[in-house]
Design a protein around this ligand. Structure first.
Ligand code: DX5
Ligand code: ZN
Length: 216
């Protein structure tokens, strides 16, 4: 099975956003990865609803929205309204994670939970059967263009094992420092979906890079 590829719009050229959206539409990419940062949960601010709405107008593939924000419950309906199909929140940002997950699902979106590099996969034991996707951060969230953290391979394997143990299907997505040098190994460890920002948008041939990241 080939990997789901989700190019991160954080690395797109916002001056010519339509060009980059059209490139992803044409390419073999599966989703649009949308990083929302609030300057509180992470030391950076990205973009909000008007930009996501503009992307959604042109995007012909699902929006995979990654919230790096505190108290995401306040905005779940708004993310649905601007086109999110998958909505991922951080384990570390949600006091009542189960309630947040139910809230996301009640709005008809797929629910994802993201773990920072230091957060153990074992902490998902009591929520894994309720969620559609786990987003493993392979860098500390907040910025594109950082180096991949090698320990992620072992987290992917542990997560795969946990899902098997719990007899549940969950999409394992990896985010941060993913490129054509580590994609295949991630897939071999059990990753289903790969996010790539700089590897795609800084490449001389973004469409060809996306095709390589599919790991066929
Ligand atoms: C980082 C974001 C990532 C980022 C990935 O906090 O969650 O999605 O855009 O960028 P690269 O692929 O450049 O590491
Ligand atoms: Zn992300």
């Amino acid at each position: 099975m080939s990997a789901i590829v989700s190019p991160s719009m954080l690395s797109a050229n916002f001056g010519e956003l339509n060009k980059d959206i059209e490139m992803i539409n044409r390419s073999e990419a599966d989703w649009f990865h949308i990083d929302v940062m609030d300057g509180v949960f992470v030391p950076n601010i990205s973009f909000g609803f008007p930009v996501i709405q503009a992307i959604n107008k042109k995007a012909e593939k699902p929006l995979d929205v990654h919230l790096m924000i505190v108290d995401p419950d306040r905005y779940i309906k708004q993310f649905k309204d601007v086109g999110a199909e998958i909505l991922t929140v951080h384990y570390e940002a949600c006091t009542h994670l189960h309630r947040t997950v139910q809230n996301i699902k009640s709005h008809g979106m797929k629910a994802g939970v993201s773990l920072n590099p230091h957060t153990s996969v074992a902490l998902l034991e009591d929520i894994i059967t309720d969620i559609d996707l786990v987003l493993l951060m392979s860098v500390n969230p907040g910025f594109g263009g950082q180096s991949y953290i090698e320990n992620t391979y072992s987290k992917v394997k542990q997560l795969k094992e946990l899902a098997k143990c719990k007899q549940t299907q969950v999409i394992i997505e990896i985010d941060g420092g993913v490129d054509t040098s580590n994609a295949q190994k991630l897939v071999d460890c059990g990753a289903d979906a790969l996010v790539a920002g700089s590897a795609v948008f800084k490449s001389d041939d973004p469409e060809a890079t996306i095709a390589k990241l599919k790991c066929r």
